[in-house]
Design a protein around this ligand. Structure first.
Ligand code: 5GP
Ligand code: ZN
Length: 113
């Protein structure tokens, strides 16, 4: 828990979110500014600032985020989807708490911007 972290505040209920899934380790919620018909975020409840800060201790947790993100996308009726994880401001990271973007429901181009 980082006092100044937006997503830690969502985890502890200080800031409301539209939740998709929650258990003791992870939370999934709709992105406030969706970039596609399907756009939700999956985050660890443990504060990890981004993918660059993941340690060996977190391997199972990060694997679970991906497994759960895929399961939730498919359950919502989206078999085609994209995972995005940004690390650092130049890569587009604006919230410094690890989050897996799950995007779907429209054609997605490659390479990304
Ligand atoms: P990043 O740019 O760090 O990869 O992604 C941060 C994401 O968090 C953005 O897609 C942004 O729309 C989303 N976001 C920022 N603030 C909030 C918020 O208060 N609530 C929700 N649900 N999403 C947020
Ligand atoms: Zn945090």
């Amino acid at each position: 828990m980082e006092n100044s972290c937006l997503f830690c505040k969502i985890i502890n209920g200080e800031i409301p979110a539209n939740n998709v899934f929650e258990d003791e380790e992870i939370l999934a919620f709709h992105d406030i500014n969706p970039e596609a018909p399907l756009h939700f975020l999956v985050i660890p409840k443990k504060h990890i600032s981004g993918p660059g800060a993941v340690t060996a201790t977190d391997q199972q947790l990060i694997g679970k985020l991906m497994q759960k993100g895929a399961e939730l996308a498919k359950e919502s009726g989206f078999d085609d989807f994209r995972f995005v994880v940004n690390n650092g401001a130049k890569a587009g990271q604006t919230v410094f708490h690890f989050h897996l973007h799950v995007l779907g429901g429209r054609a997605l181009t490659w390479p990304p911007g």
